[in-house]
Design a protein around this ligand. Structure first.
Ligand SMILES: [Zn+2]
Length: 296
C-alpha cells in the first residue's frame, strides 16, 4: 500500500525560517525552526533554507515538491521578489536559486496567500467555498481561496487590497499612490495618527488599551481606524462577497474588530445587511508554514 500523502512547507520570515511536514490530515508531524540571520545576506539565507529543507526531506523522503512562503510580491514574469521586508531578497531570483540549491521542484508564494490558504483549508475558514484571508499588521495583505485553491490571478496580484487607495488625499505610500488601505489601517498608521494628535509615541496595543480606558485621543484615533477598516473591507465584500473573512497579523488580536469592525463594514457595504462572518484566525503563527505546505 502506498504511504498517505505528506507535504513539506517552509515559511521564510524576517527573523525565523520554519519548516513543517504535514500528514494527510494536514497535522504537523515534524517541525524545525532556525533564525533567518538575514543580516548575513542572500546566500546565507539560501543556505539556511537548505538546512531546513534537508531536515524536512529526511522526515518525509517521498515528497517530490516543497512549498515555500515568503514576504513580498513574487513577479509572475521572472519569479523575482519585490517589496519584501527582508530587503536582501528583493530583485533576486529566489525561486531559481532555491531550485538549483535544493534540487527539488518548488512552489513559491507570498505569505498572505499562504495565510489565506491555511485558514481556508485547515483553520477558521473551513467549510466556506470562498474565503478572503486578511493580514493586518505592520502591513496589509490578503489572499483569495476558492474551493480550497488559491486564486492568484494572471498577474499574481489577486488579493492585494492593501494598495487600494481609499483616500487620494491620504498619506503617501511606498507604492507611489496616496491613501492606500495600508497607509490608513496598518499598525504603523494607527501609531502615526496617535503621535500626530498627541505628540506621544505609543504602540498600537497601548493605543487600544487607552481607548478601552476611555482616553479621548485614543478613542478618536481608534474609532477612525475602525471606520476605515469598515470602508476598506466593505469594498472587498462588494466585489467578492466571500463566505468568510479571516483576520491574521498582529492587529487581528483586537477584539473590537469582530464587533465594531463588523458593524463598520455593514455601514459601508452595498447591501442592507452584512451576513459575512469576520473570524479570528485559528492557526496563529503556524498559518504561514501550514499554508506553504498546502501549496504542494
Ligand atoms: Zn500603496
Amino acid at each position: 500500500m502506498s504511504q498517505p500523502q505528506r507535504r513539506i512547507g517552509i515559511d521564510l520570515g524576517g527573523t525565523k525560517i520554519e519548516g513543517v511536514v504535514l500528514d494527510a490530515e494536514n497535522r504537523p508531524l515534524f517541525r524545525q525552526r532556525l533564525a533567518t540571520e538575514s543580516a548575513q545576506g542572500y546566500d546565507h539565507i539560501i543556505e539556511r533554507i537548505a538546512l531546513i529543507a534537508d531536515a524536512c526531506r529526511r522526515a518525509a523522503p517521498e515528497c517530490a515538491t516543497i512549498g515555500i512562503g515568503t514576504p513580498g510580491a513574487i513577479s509572475s514574469r521572472d519569479g523575482t521578489l519585490k517589496n519584501s521586508n527582508t530587503t536582501c531578497l528583493n530583485g533576486r531570483p529566489l525561486y531559481e536559486d532555491l531550485i538549483e540549491r535544493l534540487g527539488i521542484p518548488l512552489v513559491l508564494e507570498n505569505d498572505a496567500n499562504c495565510f489565506a490558504l491555511a485558514e481556508a483549508v485547515a483553520g477558521a475558514g473551513r467549510g466556506a467555498a470562498l474565503v478572503f484571508g486578511i493580514i493586518l499588521g505592520t502591513g496589509v495583505g490578503g489572499g483569495i481561496v476558492y474551493r480550497g485553491e488559491l486564486w492568484r490571478g494572471p498577474q499574481h496580484l489577486a488579493g492585494e487590497w492593501g494598495h487600494h487607495a481609499i483616500d487620494p488625499a491620504g498619506p503617501s505610500c511606498y507604492c507611489g499612490q496616496r491613501g492606500c488601505v495600508e497607509t490608513l489601517i496598518a499598525g504603523p498608521a494607527v501609531e502615526r495618527e496617535y503621535r500626530h494628535l498627541t505628540g506621544v509615541a505609543l504602540a498600537t496595543a497601548e493605543i487600544v488599551a487607552a481607548y478601552r480606558r476611555g482616553d479621548a485621543a485614543a478613542t478618536e484615533v481608534f474609532l477612525r481606524f475602525i471606520d476605515r477598516f469598515g470602508r476598506a473591507v466593505a469594498n472587498l465584500v462588494d466585489i467578492l462577497d466571500p463566505e468568510a473573512i479571516v483576520l491574521g497579523g498582529g492587529l487581528s488580536n483586537i477584539d473590537e474588530l469582530y464587533k465594531l469592525g463588523h458593524a463598520a463594514v455593514a455601514r459601508y457595504v452595498f447591501n442592507d445587511e452584512l451576513r459575512t462572518p469576520i473570524r479570528r484566525n485559528q492557526l496563529g503563527d503556524s498559518a504561514g508554514v501550514i499554508g506553504a505546505a498546502l501549496l504542494v
